[in-house]
Design a protein around this ligand. Structure first.
Ligand SMILES: Cc1cc2nc3c(=O)[nH]c(=O)nc-3n(C[C@H](O)[C@H](O)[C@H](O)COP(=O)(O)OP(=O)(O)OC[C@H]3O[C@@H](n4cnc5c(N)ncnc54)[C@H](O)[C@@H]3O)c2cc1C
Length: 319
């Protein structure tokens, strides 16, 4: 079986979400594309993990996501390989590129899937802001396009046989495109990416001030977590937009989601309800999030967050 993977890197490191796609492709004949001058180490890693042909688009013009340039390059590679599946992660890149490519091939597509096995084919994806999940069946087609929510699958390798890296120079007329890259504003943080993090601590409006979020940052740093926020916290300027979890923010899927003073509105749940373990901390015992939580503590976050931090530090010998 042939598979084509849209691989992603961050600062040259292969993203964990891409390794999850490799795990799902175990034993298949896999090709991948990765973009950007800084992607050499990630391209080498893909080859080491058993991707037989890694197309590395080294041209610095491809450093930033350009929908037309990326789609045209991937389209040409997919036409040449004729894979049974094209896989990408449901990252901001994959959310844009996978449906775009499927449309170009007039092919079936399932996006933001939370379960995937290719042989036999089993695909599930959430609907209605996560209130329901559906098993997807496809019409028979030469190629099927699937994007997978990060943290849904175990990371893995394709095979023990290393592949090779092919430096690719696509001819794309950037100057003739109506889409021009202008600039990138990036929040600088050493913490894990919210969408890929395996632990997230998240805060709501109840934090009251931007400065108070420090108690969550301190806790996050003790346990290697990312920090998220509700929309109310973001709207009130307590947290950055890049931290918003929910229907109009980021979709996260960690092993552990600890919500401090978040009521559990449906729009917040839409972004985090597939978390494997949910812990709600709220001083209102009737807060709706307790209905969804695996564990709950009724109490004041300003007491509990520092207390938990202290206990975690002791357990992790960081005290
Ligand atoms: C179209 C649309 C899209 C939306 N998209 C999103 C989205 O993407 N993400 C999102 O989060 N929301 C979204 N919302 C907003 C959503 O409906 C809620 O308003 C929001 O999630 C509430 O945030 P919150 O839980 O922080 O605040 P609140 O609902 O005000 O809850 C605060 C909670 O903190 C508790 N609390 C207060 N003080 C303490 C304390 N000291 N210790 C412990 N607990 C305490 C309270 O009991 C309460 O439960 C959207 C709304 C709409 C209409």
């Amino acid at each position: 079986m042939k598979i084509f993977i849209l691989a992603e890197h961050k600062n040259g490191n292969l993203k964990k979400a891409t390794l999850e796609l490799l795990g799902a492709s175990k034993g298949a004949d896999v090709a991948a594309v990765i973009f950007g001058a800084g992607a050499k180490a990630a391209a080498d890693e893909l080859a080491k993990q058993g991707v037989q042909t890694v197309h590395w688009v080294k041209d610095a013009k491809f450093n930033e996501y350009h929908p037309e340039a990326y789609a045209k390059t991937a389209e040409d590679l997919i036409k040449a390989q004729k894979p049974a599946f094209v896989l990408g992660s449901a990252s901001s890149l994959g959310k844009d590129l996978i449906p775009k490519l499927a449309a170009r091939f007039d092919a079936p597509v399932a996006t933001d899937c939370i379960e995937l096995s290719l042989e036999p084919l089993k695909v599930r994806k959430p609907f209605f802001s996560g209130k329901a999940a559906a098993a997807i069946q496809f019409e028979s087609a030469e190629t099927i396009f699937i994007s997978v929510r990060p943290n849904s699958l175990p990371a893995g390798s394709v095979s023990g046989t290393p592949g090779k890296v092919n430096e690719l120079t696509p001819s794309f007329d950037f100057s003739g495109s109506p889409i021009q890259f202008v600039s990138r504003t990036q929040a600088s943080s050493d913490r894990p990416d919210l969408t890929e993090a395996s632990i997230i601590v998240s805060g709501g409006r109840s934090l009251k001030t931007k400065e108070n979020f420090k108690i969550l940052f301190d806790l996050a740093d003790s346990i290697g977590a990312a920090v998220g926020a509700s929309r109310a916290a973001v709207d009130e300027g307590l947290a950055g937009h890049d931290m918003q979890v929910g229907q109009t923010g980021k979709t996260v899927n960690p092993s552990l989601y600890v919500a401090f003073g978040i009521s559990g509105a449906i729009q917040h749940l839409a972004g985090m309800r597939t978390s494997k373990v949910i812990v709600a901390i709220n001083k209102d015992p009737n807060a709706p999030l307790f209905q969804k939580a695996d564990y709950g503590i009724v109490g004041d976050l300003f007491v509990l967050a520092p207390l938990l931090n202290q206990e975690f530090k002791k357990l992790l010998n960081k005290a």
